[in-house]
Design a protein around this ligand. Sequence first.
Ligand SMILES: *Cc1c(COP(=O)(O)O)cnc(C)c1O
Length: 568
Amino acid sequence: MNPPSLNPCQGDTIAYFSMEIALEPGMPTYSGGLGMLAGDTVRSAADLRVPMVAVTLVHRRGYFRQHLDPSGWQTEEEVAWEVAKFCQELPERVQVSIEGRAVHIRAWQYIVTGISGHVLPIILLDADLPENADWDRTLTHYLYGGDSHYRLCQEIILGMGGVRMLRALGYQQVRRFHLNEGHAALLGVELLDERARSFNRAVFNTEDVQAVREQCVFTTHTPVPAGHDKFPLDHVAHVLDRSDLFTMSEVFCCADELNMTYLALNLCHYVNGVAKKHAEVSRQMLIPHDGLHHYQIDSITNGVHLGTWTAPSFVQLFDRHIPGWRTDNASLRSALRIPKEEIWRAHQAAKARAIDEVNRRTNAHFDPEVFTIGFARRATSYKRADLILTDPARLREIATCQGRLQIIYAGKAHPCDEAGKKIIQQIYQMRDSLRPEVLVVYLENYDWELGRLLTAGVDLWLNTPLPPMEASGTSGMKAALNGVPSLSVLDGWWIEGCIEGFTGWSIDDTVKDPAASLYHQLENVILPLYHYERNHFIRVMRHAIALNASHFNTQRMVGEYTVKAYFE
Ligand SMILES: *Cc1c(COP(=O)(O)O)cnc(C)c1O
C-alpha cells in the first residue's frame, strides 16, 4: 500500500496534540469523553478539509478492559492490540532525554479520511524499541496508568517528542499547535528551546515566550482538580535534567510545582472552555498567580461527529429525508419535516438492538416494550450515578403507577478511584430490591460500541452530575442525534441544549433534594407523556434531533475553532 499523499510542507498546518484519541473501536487508545471528543474532532476536521495533523501516544496496552465480579467489584485487565494491523510504521526516529537517558521514539501513522476524501494523518508515538531501557519501553503502554512520574515521562514524550517527530516528518511550518488539555503543555518548552536555538541563544527569553504564544492555542476540559496535572518542580528539573526553566516564574509558576494547566495558559494566546458555563467557571477558577489580571477564556461548545454516532436506522431515515446531512450537519433542522411514525420506527429499531445486547450479555430479560432509561459514563462521585436510586421505594411506586421501568447502566471507574468502584458495586447490589417493577443492569466494559448502542437505544438519557463539575458532556448529544431526549441537571452543554418540554427535561439541582425533582419529572411529566400522549413524546424526540443534533456536532465546533483559534 502506498502512503496517501500528505503534504507536510504547507505552512497552514494545525498540529493537534491529545493524550488520547478514539480512532476506531478496535484501537483502545482512549478512555472516555476526552478521547472521543478528540476522535470526533479529527473526523470532522477531515470532513471539512482542515489541514491538520494529530499527535498522540500509541497506548499499546490500552486503557483497560473492565470486569465486574459477582459482587459488582471492578477489576481491570490490559488490552493488547496489534498496532501494525491499523497503523503504518514510519521510518523517522527521534529522542527525548529522561533522567539523562536517551529515550528513542518511533511513529506510527493512522489515516483518517473525510467524507470528501481528504486525508488527515494521526501520529502515534511509540517508545517500545529495543534500544530503550526496559522501563522506558513501557512509557507508551498505558493510558492514565502508573504513577505521577510515569505520567510526567509520558507528557515529555507527547509534548517534546511530538514536536521533534513533527519536525522529523517535515512539518517545519506549523501554523497552530492545539493543546487538547494540559497533558501536551511541554510542547511549549520544546518550541521555546527551538526558537532560542535558532537565535544561537542558550536560554530562551520573553520574546521567545511571545512568539510561542502566537503559535499555540489551548482547550481546557474540566473544572475537576484531579484533571489538572501538577508535578513537583524539583522532580521535573531532575527528570528533564535542567533548572533553567524555572527562573521564568511568570511562565513556570508557581512556588514548588509545575501545573500543566497554568503552563498551557501562559504559553497560549487563545484559550477556551468546552461550553459557555464551563468557560465562565474556568475564568473564576484559573486565576493568574500575579493576581493582576484574568485569563481570557473563550468558549467553544463541544459536539459529536454525526456520521460516527448515528444509529443505522436513523442513517437510513436521514438519508431518505435530508440528503446531504453529513456534509451539512445544520440541515438536520429539517428533521421537523420527518413524519412521526418514521421517527418512532427508527427508534424502535435502535431500541431493539440495545435490548438484544442487554439480553445477550445478562439474564435480565429486558422487554423492548418497557420504558428504558440509559445512564452510561465514567463512574466517579460527582457524576452521581445513584441519584435516581436515592429512594428505591419511591422509584418502585412510580413504576407501579406509571408503568414499569428498565435502567441500563454502564461505565468504568478509573483503577485508582475507590469511591467510583463503590458506586458501581452499590448499584449492582441494589438490583434485587427494585424488582420486579424496576429492572436494573450494569453492563461491563463501556466502550465505543456500547456507547453507540446505548445512546441510540433507550427512551431517555439520564445525566445527574453535581454542578459545575460537568464541563460539557457529549453522550447526551449522541442521544439527541438519535431522537433520545435527555433528563439532566442543568450543567455543561445541557444549559444550552435544554428547552424544557421541547428537547428534553431538566432536574432542579438548586433544591435540597434534587432526587425529588428527578422523580417528579419522571412521574408527572415524562412517563405520562410516553404512555398517554405518544405523539407529543415523539415531537420531543424530533425536536431533540432538529434543534440539538443540528448544532451540537463537531462540524459546527471545528468551524468555530477554525475561525477563532486556527485562522483568526
Ligand atoms: C461519549 C462517550 C463518553 C463521554 O460521555 P459523557 O457524556 O461526556 O460522559 C465516554 N465514553 C464513551 C465510550 C463515549 O462514547
